[in-house]
Design a protein around this ligand. Structure first.
Ligand code: UPG
Ligand code: MN
Length: 960
């Protein structure tokens, strides 16, 4: 099956994939525990011809060191080796000033530290029971707390919102009732635009009505689930990493992400890392095998010295004094050695990259199966490489398809109850991130109702001024916190820990007498609407019985011991084999009359997978055979697997939009799930973002296009899911995320108006009387006031806010506009949308990217606008000069609007200039052409009114 890989592309994107017969049928390569298993359908090792000796090296991937204990560090002083964790407990310090408590925690702490190295028996002495009582009491405390925004900050904000709303009503009253008769079309256009802006303001504003913050208590989590002398009870987590193109997503970046996962501060046996390679690239495969080798040294180093972040590239490039807190004598030496090793590792990866670019003619072949070892041992997290099958003629659904393939593979191989999904460039910046999520997901009260815990996206390597608002601070620190107070943040595609059950399309468990969890600052009637539930759907329990194992249960016993042989394309297991997986489900359910067919219709033809979905707390059936599991894993990633199933429709990541993230989260919220926003002080994950103008615009274009796709699909939040489970404010927010691209049309018109006004001498507002001017000024002030108060409760800086405003205009008049048309084209003409992956740079050349200029049609509309407005300013001013001082008054309003446009587009202008002030001639030509055509049209033809001798004279009423 791997025989002809040599003639395949090594760097394939989605397009290429579907045009080529995908020779790399698939390979599930598990660096499972202690060994490196490479398997295809016939359970053989996958190897390069020239790499045979290396295979032996993979076999022992065991960690030299045991998982180092999670350390509680209440006072941030004692042990320098755990100083890194000290700062996470600041919130606790105040609560436990009490000396006795401190002392006991110290005892407990030292005991915890000894654990694993020293045998615990006899340790503790006479006060052990007292201690335990105290700790048990502490462990019973909540794992997290909602921190409301202080009312002195939030109440004025709310008042101003209401006031602004009222002013807006009066404003529209005035605008609609007093047309500017001398410029009627201009007036109509501007009023329509203003109404649209007003509506989109409402969509954006009201979901921010009751923002909240959250605080977690990691020490209590540990006390509760990691009891001394008992097995650790933290829930297992499957990590998903998605990659597609090894050229745009350099392997070293993915390697860093993987290393940060493997060294996460979490019980090792509970961590598994699945890497999805949509490009089927041998390069990534090799990189991962190198990475697993390097992890043998990197992981113990991280755990020993508690370093952060645990992605070596970013750790070693941190410009901090690493000697400061680390007084351990061996640290400096170890760090130096580690750094050297990492450099060597990088050299090896670069060699792989260079080699792969040469595309060896002899091709990659597969070798025999000696290397495929058993799944055993528990010291290093599992690392599984998955390249799903792709063939021409099949829809692969981009990232969503890749994620669904991982959901099934992981269900078969590890079946952790929680799934953490990351883009290949988003590394774990805070090794305790998973614990943060567990504070919510393992909470006995709300845990079961949560579909996911979303972390904010934070970025590295962004220019200091964040010219193109890459950080998205306003969204992550204002909007998401607002949503958290309603039904939960939207899913943003990365840095999100899912409840596996929620991905299976189930409804959340019915709420019986559970403490009210949602926004308690909003009047109750808002929450009433979510209490009504109706849809009698195939519920969890129903599904369990659907499997109809009752009959098979007894039959199975007779068939025990029989050697099952499997058709190569069929499922690897028969139902009988998975009976173990269902032990613990009562006979009643098992004896249901429903047929297995219904289950297969939903989840596909894999009984193993189906059985795994029934295990609410995850885990594999007791007596499973690793070889057959791997075979089953391969079966569930075959490209025909999802045919005639509900994958992508109701289950897993939802298909139909290139912003699969919004859609997936939306479906969950519609089912009544809640999500939680968690932003620990130390950012949990960090990624990279496109910092040059063209790439950024293309990224925004893709997002907007995804929104338009949702808008035009059956999942449009305007019409979909009126079952009463989606709260209405949450719905407003979702509507906002899918209609925003349409604002671009209004924005384009509104940005053209000032120029038109200046060139024609007309204005969108008739001469103002005193009352009208008051509404104008009041509106203006209320806009400023909401802005300021919003910044105050959220802590966002004014610069970030301003960048956001600017990019709203820049993106609006370029990317969003194109997205609207492309989206319509897609629906009307069936032109497909493609997922243009953003390139991630791995080089050290700082911000060189920022000035990179790539020509794209997206640049034309903003360039035209900016020139048009500048021309308008010049024309307006020169006309006013000609006409004397009296005409300066009306001119002021127009100039103000023109400047508003220019100032918003300013970063765009900068980007256009590049570093060397070189703008490609084509852009200049196009824009000057368009701008002059427009100017001529307006000045000469003057379509709005019959020619007048002096509109300005008429306005000011003074004869000059
Ligand atoms: O066919 C594909 C295309 C993309 N990807 C992966 O999707 C991720 C996101 O791609 P990127 O180009 O980095 O997009 P961004 O705009 O930076 O990503 C944001 O927006 C996307 C939706 O457009 C979400 O999927 C991402 O999670 C979110 O971080 C990357 O890991 C890719 O490897 C695939 O696995 N298969
Ligand atoms: Mn990205």
């Amino acid at each position: 099956m791997f025989g002809s890989l040599g003639r395949n592309e090594l760097h394939v994107d989605d397009e290429v994939n579907s045009t080529y017969m995908h020779d790399l049928y698939l390979s599930v390569t598990s660096l499972l525990h202690t060994n490196y298993v490479c398997v295809d359908h016939d359970s053989v090792g996958l190897q390069h011809p020239d790499q045979q000796p290396k295979h032996a090296a993979f076999v022992e991937t065991r960690l030299e060191e045991k998982f180092s204990e999670y350390k509680i560090h209440i006072n941030g002083d004692a042990n320098p080796s755990v100083a890194g964790s000290g700062k996470y407990f600041e919130g606790e310090k105040e609560e436990f000033k009490n000396e006795e408590w401190k002392e006991r925690m110290e005892t407990w702490k030292t005991r915890q530290e000894k654990r694993g190295l020293v045998t615990k028996s006899g340790d503790g002495g006479h006060d052990k029971d007292d201690d335990d009582d105290f700790l048990i009491a502490e462990a019973r405390q909540p794992l997290w707390r909602k921190v409301p925004i202080p009312s002195r900050l939030i109440n004025p904000y709310r008042i101003v919102i209401v006031v602004r709303f009222i002013i807006l009503c009066f404003f529209f009253h005035f605008r609609i009732l007093t047309p500017a008769y001398d410029a009627y079309p201009l007036w109509v256009i501007s009023v329509i635009c203003e109404i649209w802006f007003g509506l989109s303001w409402i969509l954006d504003q009201f979901p921010k009505w009751c923002p909240i913050n959250r605080e977690t208590y990691l020490d209590r989590l540990s006390l509760r689930f990691e009891r001394e002398g008992e097995p650790d009870r933290l829930a297992p987590v499957d990590f998903f990493v998605s990659t597609v193109d090894p050229l745009k997503e350099p392997p070293i970046i993915t390697a860093n992400t993987v290393l940060s996962i493997l060294s996460v501060d979490y019980p090792t046996e509970k961590v598994s890392c699945y890497v999805s390679d949509d490009g089927a690239s041998m390069l990534l495969f090799d990189t991962l095998s190198e990475t697993s080798e390097f992890a043998r040294r990197w992981v113990p180093f991280c755990k020993k010295y508690n370093v952060e972040p645990r992605a070596p590239e970013f750790y070693f490039s941190e410009k901090i004094d690493y000697l400061k807190d680390k007084v351990q004598p061996t640290f400096v030496k170890d760090r130096r050695a580690m750094k050297r090793e990492y450099e060597e590792f990088k050299v090896r990866i670069n060699a792989l990259v260079a080699k792969a670019q040469k595309k060896p003619e002899e091709g990659w072949v597969y070798l025999g199966s000696e290397g495929a070892l058993d799944i055993e041992g528990k010291e290093l997290p599992k690392l599984v490489y998955v390249s799903r099958e792709k063939r021409p003629g099949y829809l692969h659904h981009k990232k969503a398809g890749a994620m669904n393939a991982l959901v099934r593979v992981s269900a078969v191989l590890t079946n952790a109850p929680f799934i953490l999904n990351l883009d290949c460039d988003h590394y774990l910046n805070n090794s305790k991130a998973v614990r943060e999520a567990m504070c919510f997901l393992m909470d006995p009260q709300i845990g079961k109702k949560l579909c996911y815990v979303q972390f904010p996206q934070r970025f590295d390597g962004i220019d200091r001024h964040d010219r193109y608002a890459n950080r998205n601070v306003v969204f992550f620190d204002i909007n998401m916190k607002g949503l958290d107070g309603i039904q939960g943040p939207v899913y943003v595609g990365t840095g999100c820990v899912f409840n596996r059950q929620a991905l299976y399309g189930y409804d959340p468990p019915a709420s019986e007498k559970r403490p009210k969890m949602t926004c308690d600052c909003w009047p109750n009637w808002c929450c009433c609407c979510c209490g009504r539930s109706r849809k009698p759907k195939a519920k969890k329990k129903g599904l369990k019985s659907l499997l109809g194992l009752g009959g098979l249960y007894s039959k199975k016993k007779k068939m025990m011991g029989k050697q099952y042989t499997r058709k190569s394309s069929g499922p690897a297991f028969d139902l009988e084999e998975i009976e173990e997986g269902l032990e613990g489900y009562d006979e009643l359910e098992k004896s249901s009359l429903m047929s297995q067919k219904n289950f297969e219709k939903r989840f596909g033809m894999s009984p193993v997978f189906v059985a795994s979905t029934l295990k609410e707390d995850g885990g594999l059936p007791e007596s499973t055979n690793s070889t057959s599991l791997v075979k089953e894993a391969i079966h569930v990633i075959s490209c025909g697997y999802e045919e005639k199933t509900e994958w992508g429709k109701e289950i897993g990541w939802i298909y139909g939009s290139i912003t699969e993230d919004i859609l997936t989260g939306f479906k969950m919220h519609c089912r009544g799930w809640r999500s939680v926003y968690c932003s620990p002080k130390r950012p949990a994950f960090k990624g990279s973002a496109p910092i040059n103008l063209s790439d950024r615009l293309h990224q925004v274009l893709r997002w907007a296009l995804g929104s338009v796709e949702i808008f035009l699909s059956r999942h449009c939040p305007l019409w979909y899911g009126y079952g009463g489970k989606l709260k209405w404010l949450e719905r407003l927010a979702y509507i906002n995320t899918i209609v925003y691209p349409f604002t671009s049309i209004a924005l384009l018109a509104y940005c053209t108006l000032p120029a038109v006004c200046l060139l024609t001498g007309k204005f969108i507002v008739p001469t103002l009387n005193n009352l009208a001017s008051i509404w104008f000024i009041a509106l203006f002030l209320s806009i400023i006031a909401t802005g300021i108060l919003e910044l105050r409760w959220s802590g966002v800086s004014i610069e970030d806010w301003w960048r956001n405003e600017q990019f709203w205009v820049i993106g609006g008049v370029s990317a969003h506009l194109f997205a609207v048309f492309q989206g319509l084209l897609k629906v009307l003409a069936g032109v497909d949308t493609n997922f243009t992956v953003t390139s991630k740079t791995a080089d050290d050349n700082e911000f060189g990217e920022l000035y990179l200029f790539k020509w794209t049609t997206l640049l034309i509309p903003p360039t035209t606008l900016i020139i048009l407005n500048m021309v308008g300013v010049v024309a307006g001013v020169s006309e006013a000069i000609n006409n004397g001082y009296g005409s300066w008054g009306p001119l002021f309003g127009k100039l103000f609007f023109a400047f508003w446009v220019i100032v918003h587009l300013y970063p765009f202008l900068k980007g256009l200039m590049g570093r060397q002030n070189r703008t490609p001639t084509i852009v200049v030509l196009w824009s000057i052409l368009l701008a002059s055509i427009f100017s001529l049209v307006w000045v000469r033809i003057d379509p709005f009114l019959p020619k007048q001798t002096g509109p300005i004279l008429k306005q000011c009423g003074v004869e000059c």
